[in-house]
Design a protein around this ligand. Structure first.
Ligand code: SF4
Length: 575
């Protein structure tokens, strides 16, 4: 089945900011401080469960917020609730979306001059309740044009606004009738541009597909509206929260389906649905899910092990030192074990970024633990056989790898210092490439190997792995942001990380060009310009159509390293 994904699907700016504010509060929580959200932060069960696990509960009664730090969600609240929360001694963290706050300001300004406010929206929606609070008791809520006839005709000054996630067309219809009834009335189309774009894109998508799948909370207003827009285009529409609600037999009747999602739908849910749909054949049923199979290999850390084994071959090709298959096995054993063990120490982020992956690890936990122990033992034995200094080096690398997710200082006196290496900002981005480079050059550190050649090869492996890691981090940003600041992209944002990645790719190209000229590398160095340019291309795809490429993109990033490593083997065999 062909699946067309809406470019605008997924978290909107307001939701992203609200999550960011909440995560900041969790990160800087003082001892004994209670944090809660006033109403559910977003309409997504997994995210809410994660917040609850971190001790952030969703309260909807003001008296239960007394003395707590309270996050005001993106929908905003009425001024009287704000006042009452202050009276209860709550500290407010205002995550009201700027666009919603602008509607508050418009209503307040006009209400002060005696205006009545008509709000196009759902009367029981939290945002509308918040908007009504600013109308000075001169507000009315409608969602159909005919409801205007029920309102008094003698209102002199009337303002018409909309809930930010309303249906654009319905608003236009209401506006037309409104201006006939209140010719002097003021109309402010306060539907947010993110909502408008989402709806416009669904309308456009509907003309090119046979059915639409709208992903998002069944109680999420803006998602319901998207489904409404799709149905209005007279196209079969399926509003679902997860792929399990889709029937493969029913979907098999369509050969081309569009997918869009509400403003609080995380990327991983959209990704699962896209993968499910893509695997459906028109004959009713699912074909072999090759992407699924590739993903399972990735879950098993197969690519990580293979990529590091091949990076060791790249070191050999760059330095022209006599290597050995044992060096590759040692690197693979180390990387496999460290990645597998750290996944268990970093479960929050895995659960949020990729619940399928988390379930896979949970199911195969004993196998992972056993194979990690065997891999570590193998890496240690092989390191020992290459020399005692290398053995010590391997122990240090293992120590560093394990400390990544484990508390460094247990004593309360050290509380203010980072407890784990992973707590150091951007540690995830830089430590993995450092460890990979370290394990690949480890066999050449002691002995009579030319140090400049070893250092050069280590630097190249570091740069290659760094590009790979930042590209993967760009994909995993939602989950990483939710569990705390750890990667570069979470710390400095997507745009800056993209610039940084371009810089690293450039450094890699320059290094690859200079190595042979400076006499610290073989001509194989020139070949590495190709993977560098492919990564540059991926970066471009990732920034423009990240979602579309996501199911395979992850795997492709690893495959580039693997192909570079295979070319190194070919080089080593022929030189
Ligand atoms: S849909 Fe628009 S108004 Fe609502 S939270 Fe998102 S960005 Fe803000």
């Amino acid at each position: 089945m062909k699946v067309v994904i809406a470019r605008t699907a997924g978290f909107c700016k307001g939701v992203r900011d609200a999550i960011e504010i909440t995560m900041e509060a969790i990160q800087h929580r003082e001892k004994g401080e209670d944090i809660c959200t006033f109403g559910p932060l977003i309409h997504n069960r997994q995210v809410l469960a994660m917040l609850e696990k971190k001790g952030v509960v969703d309260e909807n009664r003001i008296e239960r917020c007394a003395g707590k730090k309270v996050v005001i969600r993106a929908h905003g609240i009425p001024p009287y609730s704000r006042q009452k929360l202050h009276e209860q001694g709550a500290t407010l963290l205002d995550a009201t979306c700027k666009r919603v706050a602008r509607v508050h300001a418009a209503i307040k300004r006009n209400a002060r001059h005696g205006y009545h406010t008509i709000i196009v929206g759902d009367a029981d929606h939290a945002e509308v309740i918040g908007l009504l609070g600013y109308t000075e008791n001169r507000g009315a809520v409608i969602n159909r044009p005919e409801q205007l006839s029920e309102l008094p005709s003698d209102w002199e000054n009337v303002l018409l606004v909309a809930q930010t996630t309303q249906n654009e067309e319905v608003f236009r219809e209401i506006e037309e009738v409104f201006l006939k009834k209140y010719p002097k009335g003021i109309v402010k189309n306060t539907i947010c541009d993110s909502t408008q774009e989402r709806q416009a894109e669904v309308r456009q998508l509907c003309s090119g597909v046979q059915a639409m799948v709208i992903v998002g909370g069944l109680h999420s207003g803006n998602t319901l509206r998207l489904a409404e827009v799709a149905r209005a285009c007279r196209i079969p529409t399926f509003h679902v929260e997860t792929e399990s609600e889709l029937d493969a037999g029913v979907m098999a009747h369509y050969s081309c389906v569009g997918v869009s999602a509400g403003a609080s739908t995380p990327n991983w849910i959209i990704r699962d649905i896209v993968e499910f749909l893509e695997a459906i054949t028109p004959e009713a049923g699912t074909k072999f899910r090759w992407k699924h199979t590739l993903e399972r290999l990735s879950y098993g850390n197969f690519y990580v092990a293979l990529a590091t084994a091949l990076l060791a071959q790249i070191v050999e090709a760059l330095t022209d030192f006599a290597g050995s298959a044992a060096f590759s096995l040692m690197a693979a054993g180390y990387a496999f074990a460290m990645h597998s063990l750290n996944i268990y120490l970093d479960q929050d982020s895995t659960e949020l970024n990729d619940p399928g992956r988390a379930a896979f690890y949970h199911k195969w936990r004993p196998v992972f633990m056993f194979s990690s122990a065997v891999s570590l033992a193998t890496a240690l034995v092989l390191a020992y056989r290459t020399g005692f200094a290398n053995f010590i080096g391997m122990i240090l690398l293992i120590f560093m790898g394990l400390l990544y997710g484990v508390k460094l200082f247990m004593h309360a006196r050290w509380e203010k210092f980072p407890f784990k290496l992973k707590d150091i900002p951007t540690s995830k981005t830089f430590l993995v490439p450092m460890a990979w480079a370290g394990v690949c050059i480890l066999p050449y550190i002691a002995g009579t190997y030319a140090p400049w050649r070893v250092a050069y090869a280590g630097w190249v492996i570091f740069l290659l792995s760094l590009v790979r890691t930042t590209l993967r981090d760009l994909l995993a940003i939602q989950g990483d942001r939710l569990v705390g600041k750890e990667t570069l992209v979470v710390l400095v944002g997507e745009k800056r990380t993209e610039f940084f990645t371009v810089g690293v790719i450039l450094a890699l190209v320059i290094t690859a060009l200079c190595g042979p000229v400076a006499g610290v590398s073989t001509g194989f160095s020139f070949f590495l310009i190709v993977p560098a340019l492919i990564y540059l291309f991926f970066l471009k795809i990732g920034s423009t159509r990240k979602l579309r490429e996501a199911p395979l993109y992850d795997v492709l990033i690893e495959i580039v390293l693997i192909v570079a490593g295979l070319s190194a083997i070919a080089w080593n065999l022929t030189h």
